[in-house]
Write a protein that binds this ligand. Structure first.
Ligand code: BES
Ligand code: ZN
Ligand code: MN
Length: 497
């Protein structure tokens, strides 16, 4: 979708749809909404008076004016004024966009939500308005060769009449586009079926990102992994006919400075392996590369935003399948670090591939490592899909993730860490086991990864319950969510000099 900033009054803007807004409880619309209300002979006021529209969060109403330069007007509810924030701007923009884009609408003109009456930062509001719109506009086209192409080109006009605000709006719009495109890339990879989204294809996507942005790319092949002693990643991969890939994208924004590594789980399909999963939920296990997808999306955006920090994006990719050559429960693997790990369940494969990936990131000079993974069902049991899990042994980095998340509207809840949790994954035959007790599974799963890091500060994001959704409210779209992509970008920016 093309996004354009136009300096004029909404009332003067030629478009198929105008988007305006209203806080809950307001009886007399002001600002742009007030001007449109007047041009409509008070129709919006009458909807309010008649109790048909109250400005509740994400509520929408559509008007079809007979005598204006626009086909339809969408009024969207901003909710209670005292609860208004940037995440609400995103959600409101998404909800309004979806209603506006219905039917034959091609050109949609929107005001920047929140900048005027909301009193929030105009750059951030412009960013959030565009981010929410582009996230809401995303759709996975699917593989339907005979379906008639519903594809339509929509243009979003961001209207700002004050000349002194145009530069800020332009800046926010650009940032919003970069953020949303990164998350939409992650969504696309998650939505693509696992027979197409193979480790080899993940590497091809990384190659394309590198070509578009100038990021440096390295793809380790099976032979490279053997040479480096990455027995854990190889152990998971040995049951699959698809060759594993270890993708590394490097962004150098501060030569000689510290390096942040973003490490994403790239299991392109998780059947559980020999510890086979039940068939019911198995199709959703194409989502098991969502952490890797978030890292690829984030690296693309980081290359565009150019923060003054070095960032490594590391994505270990393989399938987890049962076969005659597959890993078995009771096997013992040796990681790149030399540590050995006993397999309790082949379905606890994420921590195995991440063990080698975080060790590799540290060997490449990372002093801060954030891994992101659809690691455990236990995390969703603990937190539902409201908060993602955060496990960290470093207060500063944990706080930085939570703070970045509060800027992007992605919620992270830090789970407790205690040495007693580490006792649960001791092994009689190896340095450790790949699973702990049944209780606290999200914590022990995360902590096992940390055992393979020597000195770097570490935080682990468990996005198992966040990576896909059936919800289509606000900017949500059914399928892959791209969760964590925008927070990783924001984190890199916040940690930059
Ligand atoms: N990929 C799964 C976790 C998952 C579950 C993601 C549900 C998305 C939705 C992971 O590899 C896994 O199988 N974890 C096991 C761990 C257990 C064997 C220690 C789990 O959660 O059951
Ligand atoms: Zn998995
Ligand atoms: Mn698994």
């Amino acid at each position: 979708m093309r996004v354009q900033v136009v300096q004029q009054d909404l009332l003067q803007t030629q478009a198929d749809a105008w988007i305006v807004n209203l806080f809950q409880g307001v009886t007399k619309p002001a600002g742009a909404t007030g001007a449109v209300d007047q041009a409509l002979d008070g129709q919006i006021s009458r909807l309010i008076e008649n109790g048909e529209f109250s400005g509740k969060l994400l509520e929408t109403v559509v008007l079809y004016p007979a005598n204006l330069a626009v086909g339809k007007v969408i009024v969207v509810g901003l909710g209670e004024a005292d609860k208004f924030d940037l995440e609400r701007v995103r959600q409101v923009a998404g909800a309004a966009y979806k209603v506006a884009a219905r039917g034959r609408t091609r050109q949609i003109a929107t005001i920047v939500h929140g900048a005027g009456i909301g009193g929030l930062c105009p750059v951030a509001c412009a960013q959030a308005t565009v981010e929410g719109s582009l996230l809401a506009a995303y759709k996975y086209k699917g593989k339907k060769p005979n379906a008639k192409d519903e594809d339509k080109f929509v243009e979003l006009l961001v209207v700002e009449h004050k000349p002194e605000k145009i530069a800020a709006v332009e800046r926010g719009v650009k940032r919003g586009q970069i953020m949303a495109q990164a998350a939409n890339l992650a969504r696309e990879l998650v939505n693509t079926p696992a027979n197409l989204m193979t480790p080899t294809h993940m590497a091809a996507v990384a190659e394309q990102v590198a070509q578009e942005t100038g990021l440096e790319l390295e793809v380790l092949e099976k032979e490279d992994m053997e040479r480096l002693g990455m027995g854990c990643l190889l152990g998971v991969a040995q049951g699959s006919a698809q060759p594993p890939k270890l993708i590394t994208l490097r962004y150098e924004g501060n030569p000689g400075g510290e390096t942040l590594a973003l490490v994403g789980k790239g299991i392109t399909f998780d059947s559980g392996g020999i510890s086979l999963k039940a068939s019911a939920g198995m199709p959703n296990m194409k989502t098991d590369m969502a952490g890797g997808a978030a890292v690829l999306g984030a690296m693309k955006a980081i290359a565009q935003l150019k923060p003054k920090i070095n960032v490594l994006g590391v994505v270990p990719c393989t399938e987890n399948l049962p076969s005659g050559t597959a890993l078995k429960p009771s096997d013992v693997l040796q990681a790149m670090t030399g540590q050995t790990i006993e397999i309790g369940s082949t379905d606890a494969e994420g921590r195995l591939i991440l063990a080698d990936a975080v060790a590799y990131a540290e060997s490449k000079g990372a002093s801060k490592i954030v891994d992101v993974a659809t690691l455990t069902g236990a995390c969703g049991v603990a937190l539902g899909d409201v908060y993602a899990g955060l496990v960290s042994t470093n207060d500063e980095l944990a706080e930085a993730v939570i703070a970045a998340g509060s800027q992007t509207g992605e919620r992270f809840w830090r789970l407790p860490v205690h040495d007693l949790y580490r006792e649960t994954y001791k092994s009689d035959v190896a340095d450790l086991r790949n699973g702990g007790a049944r209780g606290g599974g999200a914590i022990t799963g995360g902590l096992i990864i940390s055992e393979f890091i020597k000195e770097a500060a570490w935080a682990h994001l468990d996005i198992a319950a966040m990576a896909r959704t059936d919800n289509s409210k606000g900017y949500s779209v059914k399928g892959g969510t791209g969760f964590a992509t925008r927070t990783l970008i924001q984190l890199a920016e916040n940690l930059a000099e």
